[in-house]
Structure formats: structure tokens, C-alpha cells
Design a protein around this ligand. Sequence first.
Ligand code: DC
Length: 248
Amino acid sequence: MARESGNSMVIPKQGHVIAIDGPAGTGKSSATRRLAERLGFVHVDTGALYRAIGLLALEGRAEGDQVSEIARSAHLEFRRIEGKNPANRIFVNGRDVTDQIRTPEISMAASRVSAIPAVRLALLSLQRRLGCAGNSILEGRDIGTVIFPDADVKFFLTASIDVRVKRRLLELQGSGGVIPSFDELKSQMIERDRGDSSRAVAPLSKAEDAIEIDTGPLTLDQVVQRMLEKVRGCLDGLPQSGVAALKK
Ligand code: DC
């Protein structure tokens, strides 16, 4: 049963929780998706929640308290679409916004709304509920420090700014949208890093007990392999699918 502790909901975990934090472009999403598949864990992309609120705020030209109200009243939901390319889609108030929230404009809007303490509070118990529902991997900025300070395993991914910009450009090229120049994207990412790391509430920072991985010199497979090795060292009593993955 859930119970309230001050402003935050404390919910008992039903399984293992892995926290993955780090700035944009470190390969967090790809590594988290791959690791979740290998372990049979649920993947929760918490950035998508902030992006969805950023989208609603932009559409409604909302500011300050209006954004907080949007975050409090929004119905946010992940739905898993099975099939040839299984994927997690995000719905806000019944609308699938998965593709729409991946633009540089929404990245900046998400970062802005994420600095509003009431927005963070509005999304906090949802993130905990999602993570507590079973074996899960959550990726974000404050998972290991605020959302799940008691996560079973914590990773903090880093990479140089130039590597991160190149990766983000590649992702955007695949999305079919407007592609910014390298320099334009680099200054946006620097601004976003600064905002995410300097905000008053739950800034991006490495938890003391997080395992840091510099993904710059590594391929995605190498990052995932390194994570699997660490998870193997930290977790016991994994579900069968997880155990099978770890033995590979
Ligand atoms: O991971 P992302 O790039 O999709 O995140 C978009 C923005 O959302 C990011 O700039 C900061 C914010 N965010 C956050 O503040 N806390 C999280 N746990 C996840 C994302």
C-alpha cells in the first residue's frame, strides 16, 4: 500500500529498480532500451514526461503557475505497442505525442518546465508508481538522487559535448524533421545542460553510489555489456529472463 511522507509518496517496490542518469546525448535512451530488453525489465523514459508537459505548455503558451496546473492535471500514460518493432509510446490526455516531442524545440521546452518545482512534484509520484510496479529501469536526470535514491543499481553516463552533439544530430537525421547545424545544436545542448544542472530542485547530478560510464569511446554494445556486468555483480534473485540474459 502507498503511504504519504511529507510531499512525496513512498511506495513499496515490487521488483528491482535500476536508475540511469546523465545529460542528453550520452546514449542513455538507447542503452536503457537495450538493457531493459536483455533483462526483461520495463523501460521508463522519464524525460518523455517532461517533454509531454513542455509540449502542452508551448501549445497553450503557458507560463509559471499555468504550467504547474498543466502538469498537475495532465493524464500521462505509457502504452506498449507490441509487434514487429515493439515500442513504448507516450500518451498525454489520450493523445499519442511520441514523435512530436523529439524536436530540439521541445527539448528546450522540457528543460524549462522541468525547472519548475511544482512540475517536478506533480511528476514525482507517477515516476515512483511506474518504477515500483515491477522490475524496471528508469532513465532521467534525478532518478538515482531523488526518485529512487534506494535504487538497486545506479548508473551515471557521461560523454564529451562534441560526442553528444554528433549523436543527437544522427538521431535527428533519422527523424525526418528540421536539422539544426552542429554549432546551433551544441549551444542549445550547453544551455540545456546548464539549466538542468543548476536548477534549484533536483538538478542533474551523479548520485554518490552511481557507477559512472564515459560512453564516448564505447559502442552501444560495449556500454550495455558493461552495464550487464555491473548489474550481475549487484543483483541477485533476478527473474528468470534476467538471469538468462546475464548468463549470456
Ligand atoms: O532525457 P530527455 O532529453 O528526454 O529530457 C528532457 C528534459 O527533461 C531534460 O532537459 C531535463 C528534463 N528531465 C528532468 O528534469 N528530469 C528527468 N528525470 C528527466 C528529464
